[in-house]
Write a protein that binds this ligand. Structure first.
Ligand code: ADP
Ligand code: MG
Length: 234
């Protein structure tokens, strides 16, 4: 089955994955994890990837986010074949077009909320972007305009995740990848975080979220089930 079925993949598909396989190697032993995944995600979709622990969700996310290379198969992002572009182009794609949110927030403890949001711009900045103004605006967007100088240890889990979401948006990416973003949060805080993602989705952002929590299904357009490294019928 082809990953996508639309006429113009260059404009409509943020993600087009075809025949994606990933193995890890333990010494000389090959351990296959993803067994040939086809997946297409269109611009503006909010998709949840669900499956048991160890089924390959994070491995798949790492391939989509170009944090790791497939063993074989094709990963197209915004119409670009990630195997066929230079390392510089790949770094730009990862830095400018993808925002990452993780379960454990991945904030730098010694930096303030504001500095954490700016972190992705330290190595490379999109031309013409007022990054400091944008960081302030994003902290306001996630409801933390009165916490900009606070360090992560002075913030609650939910507030830390809000900082991480603001950070993921700093370069105005086409795609947000979130790996179990509510996994460390209580249910009330999870709802608050999902409301933020929902709002981003309403504004047209493409979001792919790994989650264990069936409650999250209500927020998304589509659920993709993964089991033992294969995508099932939905
Ligand atoms: P999930 O996110 O669904 O819990 P993962 O994608 O993290 O699953 O892991 C899938 C499988 O791949 C697991 O069996 C895990 O042990 C294995 N795995 C993940 N990362 C590595 C790695 N870097 N080296 C070897 N095995 C790995
Ligand atoms: Mg995982």
């Amino acid at each position: 089955m082809a990953g996508c079925n639309v006429q113009n993949p260059e404009t409509n598909n943020v993600i087009d994955i075809q025949g994606l396989k990933k193995s890890y190697f333990l010494g000389n032993m090959e351990v296959p994890i993803l067994h040939g995944i086809d997946l297409c995600i269109k611009k503006g979709e909010f998709v949840a990837i669900m499956g048991p622990s160890g089924s390959g969700k994070s491995t798949l996310m790492n391939m989509i986010g170009c944090l790791d290379r497939p063993t074989s198969g094709k990963v197209m992002l915004m119409g670009k074949d990630t195997n066929a572009i230079t390392d510089n182009e790949l770094a730009e794609l990862r830095g400018f077009e993808i925002g990452f949110v993780f379960q454990n927030f991945n904030l730098i403890p010694r930096l303030s909320a504001y500095e954490n949001v700016l972190l992705p711009t330290y190595s490379n900045t999109k031309k013409g972007m007022d990054t400091s103004g944008r960081a302030q605006d994003l902290l306001k967007l996630v409801g933390l305009d009165d916490r900009t100088e606070h360090k992560p240890t002075e913030l609650s889990g939910g507030q830390r995740q809000r900082v991480a979401i603001a950070r993921s948006l700093i370069n105005d990416p086409s795609l947000i990848l979130a790996d179990e973003p509510t996994g460390n949060l209580d249910s009330k805080t999870s709802v608050e975080i999902m409301d933020i993602f929902s709002d981003l989705h309403q504004k047209g952002r493409t979001i792919v979220m790994i989650t264990h929590d069936p409650e999250m299904e209500q927020y998304v357009d589509r659920v993709v089930h993964i089991r033992d490294g294969n995508i099932g019928n939905n």
